[in-house]
Design a protein around this ligand. Structure first.
Ligand SMILES: Nc1ncnc2c1ncn2[C@@H]1O[C@H](COP(=O)(O)OP(=O)(O)OP(=O)(O)O)[C@@H](O)[C@H]1O
Length: 231
């Protein structure tokens, strides 16, 4: 599916330029972490790439696009008002997967996210961290080639964050392309192969994560990584 190429993408909402005009090319590697100050446009950029945010002008081009091959995990986990197991089964039912396969995969993923004995619990009763893990598992259960995540660990405790990071690292190693926003520079350091630094609605810098953290190429990125307020 890669490269994914954004060419002069501009998103205007209520008269305000939220994104762009900006360019970005993502290759097949990853994980890519999108960083930048609040309001820089990280969420909107992810939504544009996934195809759920209309662009005002410019183009978003996949090498070949198959919307069934990309999934999106939102900052506030969205769970269906059904059991945890039913949440996981849902995407497989849409794909008309055979029943035994659904049963097997649901059991595997419930265990994988530590909900092995909570399959019948209503998803809405789970904790925030459990709901987020469920949302990620529901995205992964159909083995997408690309997974977009918008601040998946915002507001989660350290233990859950560590579990989610381990799951994401495993997912990336297994070949799913991760593109994720984070405000946590420790997390970016732990997970990123490359960093996309957003500032004022534009992609300001794209660099290898190691290079960015040791020799940032712009003074704005250096300041942001130092923890300064960048305006
Ligand atoms: N539909 C909309 N209408 C008006 N303004 C919008 C809309 N969507 C986003 N914005 C504005 O565009 C800017 C970028 O928003 P976005 O959520 O993409 O940034 P972000 O970098 O993800 O921010 P945060 O880190 O705070 O989540 C913000 O100032 C936001 O208020």
């Amino acid at each position: 599916m890669f490269p994914l190429t954004l060419n002069q993408v501009l998103v205007r909402r209520r008269g305000k330029v939220v994104i762009g005009p900006t360019d970005l090319v993502l290759d097949a590697g990853g994980p890519t972490m999108i960083i930048g100050p609040n309001g820089a446009g990280k969420t909107t950029l992810l939504r544009v790439m996934h195809g759920i945010e209309r662009v005002t002008s410019g183009t978003v081009t996949w090498q070949y696009d198959d919307p069934a091959q990309h999934a999106f995990v939102f900052q506030s986990p969205i769970v269906l008002r059904r059991s945890a197991a039913e949440n996981l089964a849902y995407p497989l039912r849409l794909l008309k997967a055979p029943k035994p396969e659904i049963t097997e995969k649901v059991a595997y993923w419930l265990n994988r996210i530590g909900l092995g004995n909570r399959g019948n619990s209503p998803a809405t009763r789970l904790s925030g961290g459990e709901r987020q893990k469920l949302a990620i598992a529901r995205a992964l259960i159909r083995k997408p080639q690309v997974l977009f995540l918008d601040e998946p660990c915002a507001n989660l405790d350290g233990h859950t964050t560590r579990e989610i990071e381990a799951l994401l690292q495993e997912t990336s190693a297994a070949g799913t392309r991760l593109v994720m926003s984070t405000h946590d520079m420790g997390q970016a350091r732990r997970l990123a192969r490359d960093l996309v630094f957003m500032l004022h609605g534009k992609v300001h810098d794209v660099s290898n994560a190691e290079v960015a953290f040791t020799r940032p190429q712009t003074k704005e990125l250096a300041a942001f990584l130092r923890g300064d307020i960048v305006t």
